[in-house]
Every structure is written in C-alpha cells, then in structure tokens.
Design a protein around this ligand. Sequence first.
Ligand code: ASP
Length: 432
Amino acid sequence: MALHWQIITGMVVGVLVGAIAVQFSWGPGIIIDFVKPFGSIFIDVLKMIAMPLIIASLIKGISDLQDISKLSILGKRTIGIYLITTVFAVTVGLSIVNVIQPGKTITEETREQLVAAYGADAERTQQLAAETRDAGPLQPLEDLFAENIFSAAADNGNMLQVIIVAIFFGIGLILLPNEKVKTVKHFFDGLNEVILKLIDLIMLAAPYGVGALLAALVVESPSVDIFVALLWYALCVVLGLAFMVGIFYPLVMKIFTGKSFSFFFKGISPAQLVAFSTSSSAATLPVTMERTEEHLGVDREVTSFVLPIGATINMDGTSLYQAIAAVFIAQAFGLELSIGAQLGIVITATLASIGSAAVPSAGMVMLVIVLAQAGIPEAGLALIFAVDRPLDMCRTVANVTGDATVSMLVAKSVDKLGDPKVKNWDDHYPSE
Ligand code: ASP
C-alpha cells in the first residue's frame, strides 16, 4: 500500500477509536494515558530530527552552490515568490470572508456564550502576543542572530537563527578552496544522508503516529453545539485553504513546471497528512524535504535552502486564516471595516504569518497583532477558539504545500528540477 494510503488508514482508525472511546466514561482517560503518548513520541522524533537536518542540509546545499552569486539568485527568487504567494493567500481569504460574511450569522447570545467559555484562553493568547508586541520595531531583526550557536540549536523555536548560522557557515565553505574544506563538506554530506535515512525509518511509524494523534484529538475536542455556531466561519477558512491546496498550488506548479496534478499530489501527500496530524510545519519539515527531493525531483541544492526557510517564514494558510478570522470577528461585533482597514490587514497578516512560529496555534497568537492593528476587539479571539485546532491542522497543510510548490518553482527557474529519485515507497525497501 502506498504511504499516503497507509497514513489515511491510520487516521481513519484513529478517529474511529476516539469516537468509540468517548462513548464510555473511562474511554477518554484510556486514550489520553495509553494512546496519545505514541502520537507525542511521533511528533517528538520528527522535531528531534529537524534541527540537525536543517544544519546538515543547508550547509551541504550552500557549499554545493560553489559561488555566492548563485546563492543570491536563489535567495531573491525564494523570498520573492514566498511573498507573492502569501499576499495572494490573504487576498483570497479577504474575498471569501467579504462575500460569505460568516460573522453576521453569529447571534448576540452565541457571542456571549463563546466569550464566557473561551474568554480565559483568549486572554492567555493575548498575553503571549503582548510579549511579541512590546519589543522594539527592530526586535525581529535582532532575533535573527544568535549569540551562541549551541544554545540556539538547542531550542526548536530558534530555527531562523540556526538557518542564518548555517548559511553563514556555508558561505565560508564556498569562499575557501575545495582542497582545504573537502573533509568538512564530506562530513555534512554524510550526515545529511544519515538523517534522510532516519526520516525514511520514522515514516514507517507515521500511520500509527498520526492515528494516535487523531484519536487523542477526538476525545479532547470541545462539544459539537459550539462547532455548529462557528460552521460558516470554519467553512470560509476551509474553502480558502482548499482553493489554495487543491487548485492554486497545483495549477501554478503545472503551468511553470509542466508536471501533472497527480504527480504533485502523489509526491507531497504524505507530508500533507503529517502536517494535518501534527499541526506543525516545523515538525513536518523533515518529511517535506524528503518528499520534495525524492518524489518531486527537486534538487537537494534547492530543497535544502528553500524548505527550511519556507517552514519558518512562508505560511500562506496562516495568513489566509488570519485575514478571515479578523474580518469574521469584526463582523460578529458589528464593526464595518473600510477598504483601507482591509488593505492594512493584507500587510499585517502577511507580516504576522512570517512572524508566526511553525508550531501548533502560533497563527492564533499572531492574529492578536492583526486584530490590534485593525482596531478589532482582541477579546473576539474567544469566538474562534473552539474551532481553532481543526483549522490549524488545515492551514498547516496549506503552509507545507505552499513551501513544496515554491521549491519546485525555484528549482525549475535554476534548472534544478529533474526526475524523482524514488518513484515509489517500495523502492526504498526492495523485496530481496
Ligand atoms: N500550525 C501552523 C504551522 O506550523 C502555524 C499556525 O498556527 O498557523 O504551520
């Protein structure tokens, strides 16, 4: 069975097990004590591999470029395309939310109910966001640079710092004659190979890991009545994300690279499923890299540069969601947003998505900044709390798919898109 079918089977079994467990008073306890830990282990192992992968693959990828001007071309194209897709995603989100107007379906009574139920959670998120906002205007720039490489690499939240150090190190390697640094290059090359092999092994456990995650999610999710009130809002977000993932990315990919939709989806779907189950682009990064390189034919020189950066700064799904959520909250509070205010949302949602960490719920924390900027009550966060987790899962899929698409576009533009090395999962494990 192809890997994506195995993972989907795992997900279905997970949801069923969760749904059966909630029928018994002791069921949720059993799932949380004995099933959820396996899901957590799966995420932990993926996260454990992410930092060494970034270091090894970026250093290797950059040193392979062999000249600084190539790096600069790659850098400009990557950032340029990332920005364009993010602004496009926000615009899609704004269009949908203005046409469907989900906020108008929320009655006064439901609004009060939601604020009562989720007000405390919303306050906690606001506090987290306040820490980001209180910093000076150039704090994000300062935060890019680590004062200690080891402490930076010891915290998965510091991925951008580690990316900068790895790029810097790679530049050093390019500037030295090959004779002097070939041992160092070989080391990182070998390390990269080992890590990619480990990812293959981790993926063998993916169906079980995602099954456990989904079973736990089902038993921990809030009651269905609140979901119904938020259905229109959730539908808007899902519609926008489905458009991006199902139409926009594959279409752009097809136009610029000539590859088919089915080739694209077969290649990337396991990463999408892991993104859905873990809600974290950072945890999914190892899988995204393996799939784009071995199944979509993007050269390692490109994946190693474009994907780690994409996982941390390119979040089209998050920006689309932030735009819809901001306008939804404004509508629910009966506020009219002018065109100027909506253009402001395009800018803040783009920046807020760049600033969002690649971990679960990060997009919601940064949403506070979008709300504050547009003059929308931050307490409105309480309205969308109940459905945030499922939407987080969906937006992470869009984030990861966007990164993979851009890596194909950039690869094509520098003639580094070839035939996939591995056409199907079984090729990793020949039957002999
Ligand atoms: N969970 C998302 C990601 O990791 C970020 C978000 O909360 O939107 O890509």
